[in-house]
Ligand binder design. Structure first.
Ligand SMILES: Nc1ncnc2c1ncn2[C@@H]1O[C@H](COP(=O)(O)OP(=O)(O)OP(=O)(O)O)[C@@H](O)[C@H]1O
Ligand SMILES: CCCC(=O)O
Length: 378
């Protein structure tokens, strides 16, 4: 008998704020990936992110058409998952309730909200099922981690779940353990920075990346003294939108140094720019401090600290953090991220029976009073 292996044929869709990435996989093999750019002036005509749906769908269909791509043989579509109700990590079938929540932007605006909507519109005419994997709203916080200090404000989990969980799996494998057996601290260091305490496969605490928790980042302010934020908000100097933009988009390196490129800041520091040097060091310091907090969450029982994302390519970033947190556990470095592969891998685990498929409609860790304000400002 020949070794006959029929590979799954997957389309992967990942909408970002200024582009939509699309890739084609046969089994684990990435055949091609395209980055469809959406110029700012074209996006500017859409009042809400969800209004971009047909525009992005047309661009996606055009790309596939230009490639003479045949949709009929596609097994499944894997899409980036956005701001939905809080759910456990895993792979979710795109269902009507999910589509409705995303169409209505019930849990906030985010480019990744378009993933499931695009996948469904593209696949359903052919009967192709769509899935999302570890969406940014994965929320596995323990009750104690939800307490903010003010009953009016409840902590929620919004983070780089897709990359964090993928790198955590790699790290566990390197340690000879299953993800579900390991205690890990994963620091995703990109344009946004989120640092999660992974206890035996669940992210029991993590800084909310989009609402201004945790370290500052190349373009976000991170946590700020609350009373000073109130003073700024009522100073008359900023509109609501401007202030939110300072926290998310124009904070961090952008605010201090006018660039969101960590690479550029590092180069400026190396060339003798003292301000750049101080701010670069401060970012590493704040990341280390957050990692230390996660070590306390895990009661010191930490198998490894994992550094990932674009900033983990920087030797200086890695060494500055390692110097401060190396006493906690070995530091493993997996620079960059590959969200397209992470999405494909998740759906393949389900198609191959290695992981159970989850239902959005029937699942959700839930908050009380879900209808109260959910951030619509991201
Ligand atoms: N070799 C390097 N040295 C220093 N910084 C680097 C290097 N490579 C990338 N970076 C920095 O990494 C940052 C971008 O990281 P990344 O690509 O993970 O972010 P993103 O995908 O835009 O945002 P996010 O990770 O929040 O989704 C930039 O500030 C970039 O300058
Ligand atoms: C990816 C969602 C979380 C963040 O941007 O910080």
């Amino acid at each position: 008998m020949g070794d006959l292996k029929i590979n799954e044929r997957l389309i992967v869709i990942n909408p970002g704020s200024t582009s939509t990435k699309v890739a084609f996989f046969t089994g684990d093999e990435k055949q091609w990936v395209e980055n469809i750019a959406h110029p700012a002036d074209e996006l500017a005509v859409f009042p809400r992110v969800v209004d971009q749906l047909d525009y992005r769908l047309d661009a996606l269909r055009r790309e596939l058409h230009n490639k003479n791509f045949d949709m009929s043989g596609v097994t499944a579509i894997a899409a980036r998952g956005g701001l939905l109700k809080p759910v456990s990590g895993g792979v979710y079938a795109v269902d009507e309730v999910m589509l409705e929540d995303l169409s209505e932007e019930r849990f906030g605006q985010h480019a990744s909200n378009l993933g499931a909507l695009l996948a469904h519109k593209l696949g359903s005419p052919y009967g192709i099922p769509s899935y999302i994997v570890d969406p940014i709203c994965v929320d596995e916080l323990e009750p104690v981690a939800r307490i903010s200090g003010l009953p009016q404000i409840r902590r929620r989990s919004v983070f780089h779940a897709l990359n964090q969980k993928r790198q955590a799996r790699w790290a566990a494998q390197e340690l000879g353990k299953k993800y579900e057996e390991a205690n890990l601290i994963v620091a995703h260091l990109g344009g946004g920075i989120t640092i999660g305490a992974h206890r035996r496969g669940r992210v029991v605490d993590v800084n909310n990346g989009v609402d201004g928790e945790g370290p500052f980042t190349p373009e976000r302010s991170g946590s700020l003294p609350a009373a000073d934020v109130v003073r700024l908000a009522f100073s008359g100097r900023y509109t609501w939108e401007e202030l939110l933009r300072l926290i998310n988009g124009r904070g961090g390196f952008v605010a201090y140094l006018g660039t969101n490129s960590a690479r550029e800041v590092e180069e400026r520091a190396a060339a003798g720019d003292e301000e750049a040097d101080l701010i670069f060091t401060a970012l590493c310091y704040q990341v280390a401090r957050e990692i230390g907090a996660c070590a306390a969450v895990l009661a010191g029982r930490v198998d490894a600290v994992v550094l990932t994302g674009g900033l983990a390519y920087s030797r200086r970033v890695v060494e500055e953090i390692r110097t401060r947190v190396g006493f906690i556990a070995p530091v493993l470095v997996f620079p960059g991220e590959d969200e397209m592969a992470a999405l494909a891998e998740g759906v393949l685990r389900v198609l191959r029976g290695e992981e159970a498929l989850r239902s959005y409609q029937y699942e959700g860790v839930g908050w009380a009073n879900m209808e109260e304000k959910v951030s619509g400002d991201n």
